[in-house]
Design a protein around this ligand. Sequence first.
Ligand code: SF4
Ligand code: SF4
Length: 161
Amino acid sequence: MNPIDTPAQQPCTHCGECIRACPEDLNPEALFFALVQDNWSAARDQRLDACSECNACVEVCPSHIPLLDWFRWGKSETRVRARAAAARSRFLARSARLAREREARAARRRERPSPVAALPTQSISHAEVMAAIARGRVKRARATMSATSSGTPTPERTDKS
Ligand code: SF4
Ligand code: SF4
């Protein structure tokens, strides 16, 4: 994608004028082609960040290539990409840490003795439960009778059985 539309622009003739004009000893022509080709590692190798944006290369370019616009766009794009890469690496590091913590919690759970295993294995039959309920009823009835005969107020019943 060409972000800059300059009607007067002509193709690069590889004249080398921009290279001779650059006070930072950069190769504006190579930088330009790196950005046009989306070759970000080449742009980095050509020290895009060292461009002082002096405009000297643009002034001498016979093809009127808006080199400085390209370099400014390239620098800003580099910053955006660096921020995205940093955010991606933070996200990956956080995901890895959460996965490690999940695994550690699961390992601790596996090592913990099961509370079910600690329960008594003896089971209570239905008949035993019913017998216990019946005993409870008899006990409550006796208590009520003895309280009534002695004139003591009986405790308020809370169960509906
Ligand atoms: S604008 Fe950048 S690349 Fe062009 S001459 Fe100046 S420092 Fe060199
Ligand atoms: S001055 Fe312009 S035409 Fe000449 S090499 Fe540099 S970019 Fe290409």
